[in-house]
Design a protein around this ligand. Sequence first.
Ligand SMILES: [Mg+2]
Length: 378
Amino acid sequence: MKIDHLETITLRFEYADGFRYAGGQCTARVTSLVLVHTDSGAVGIGAAYSHPGLVHLIVQEQLAPLLIGENPTDVEAIWQKMYRITRWYGRKGVAMSAIGAIDTACWDLRGKSLGKPVWELLGGQRITCPAYASALLWKEPAALAEEAARLIDRGFRRVKMRLGYGGDADRAAVRAVREAIGPNNDVMCDGSMRYSLEDATTLAEFLAENNVFWFEEPFEPEDIDSYVALSSRASPPLAAGENEFGLQGFRELIRAGALDIVQPDVSRCGGITEAKRVADLALTAGLRVAPHSWSDAVAITANAHVVAALPHGITVEVDQTGNPFVEELLVEPLTVRDGHLTLSKAPGLGIELNPATLNRYRLNDPLHHICRTARTPT
Ligand SMILES: [Mg+2]
């Protein structure tokens, strides 16, 4: 099997109303899919969550000429080849996300050529993966309570809410969700990088008292010292990683003792190959893994394959904000029952893209799309 060509598909969706969070108002969503077409007719599917124009440029102008004619099932060799050629401007950010999309598509093809699902190739023993609802953006407490109860009714057992309101409003929001979901379900809190060490320390005590499952990204990703300081104080487990890239970036966080839960995202940090390396490193440090996933159903599925293969994999994130790239992108939509996503036994990632969704949201000129209104990772 040889790579024939690479196809990038940029998707963009505008909300009727959008939602508010600590970073502002979100009015639209974007994501990039990368298809690896082969001479055998088999097609591998991957996703990148980054600036869509730059993903398109790097995939088509830099990586495609390098990969055409290569055997896509040589996944690790292809990863090294892509990393070496992008290192001088890559290492973190969009180049790693573009590499990751191709890497994920190559894993899909490796599975298809061997007749096995990716989770099994990664050493997994279970076809199901715990999954949590990612939603509960900025609203009044009563509306948050109503939404949280609805998510539990939908089959989730864990929900993630956004904080960053500050002061008493944070507390009122957490109390409302905690009461709505009851003591037998879990709530996680995302700080959206909006806290000082002092404010996060005070809030973390309250979150611990309310049995919050993890406290995510209270600080900006560069502020490793604050993560280290907070991790030694009374707090729920500290989680971060959606804004980190590559094994070396995660190694820095892990070595510093900054985190309890590591959140690599296959569609951002460098693909299935790199997410698995990060997860293996986390295991040696006694940490747990819960990938970030916010962009589309391909990314969620790829992250779920990794989690399903990990003894220390906790759960995967499933966007519940009404994102069509989560709900309508696959012929067989993702379903969560009793807090678990069931993966497919079909070879590779076991997914098929819905052509009607691609046609409806496809952006023909990703290079000239400006991400002013696009969602930042959360
Ligand atoms: Mg987040």
